[in-house]
Design a protein around this ligand. Sequence first.
Ligand code: IPE
Ligand code: IPE
Ligand code: MG
Length: 260
Amino acid sequence: MTGDVVNPEGRKIPRHIAIILDGNGRWAARHGLPRAMGHKKGCETLEQIVADAARLGVEYLTVYGFSTENWKRSQEEVGALMNLFRFYMVKLIKVANEHNVRARMIGERSRFAKDIQDGIDRLERETAANTGMTFVFAVNYGSRDEIVRAVRKYTLEALKEGKTVEEIEALTEQEFAGYLDTAGMPDPDLVIRTSGELRLSNYLLWQCAYAEYYITPVLWPDFNKDELLKAIDNYNSRERRFGGRLKTTDNYDRSGKSGT
Ligand code: IPE
Ligand code: IPE
Ligand code: MG
């Protein structure tokens, strides 16, 4: 079931937290600043949250930084985000190494300029030996794109290996998950979305089948450790059933009397 760890303050810490960071643009507008300044402030929040989550004992933190749909934004905004990534991937190496964090990227990286791809490779390579939290950065990530890429990969392999119909029919969910960008990672336990939107926006659709959701109106640049703890405390109040029975009713029969 869940792999939650109880930290010294008695909190059950979700093993895998996934964040949809949202609200950078609204934060900038509220402060009378250009949107790019909201993204810059959002990067500072991210550094802080990576450090806080690692200290709390989170094993995997997956953050949605740029979606496959975000290319639709103005050239000016996409350009500002690319410049930020350019410098930020390198900055993250320092942050990750300071906190024994291993970084990994999910998404389709070939659409990025060569130097950004090199930055991602460097971030992964130079933090690979760290043994603490895994920080997963979802950039040019879209769940549907990821699933289609996985199907392609599986099919091409099957063709190459000359798999039989029987072998293809025997494909399991677990095996298929191994073709996704998140191969080898546990599914998210808790999904946090900032700035109040009640949607997944094409984020980890397969992986979040049984995740718990927490939506806060706080805009991402204002998100901090206290807000993270609020989300974790809220998670602590949930009863996860994974399609099974409600634990608190296990001792009651249908008449409502206590069972054996
Ligand atoms: C999240 O902030 C960052 C990205 C999607 C890149 P937004 O830029 O979506 O901020 P809002 O939603 O416009 O406030
Ligand atoms: C989701 O935020 C994508 C990221 C956080 C990277 P968006 O701001 O792009 O989502 P929508 O457009 O509100 O659904
Ligand atoms: Mg948004």
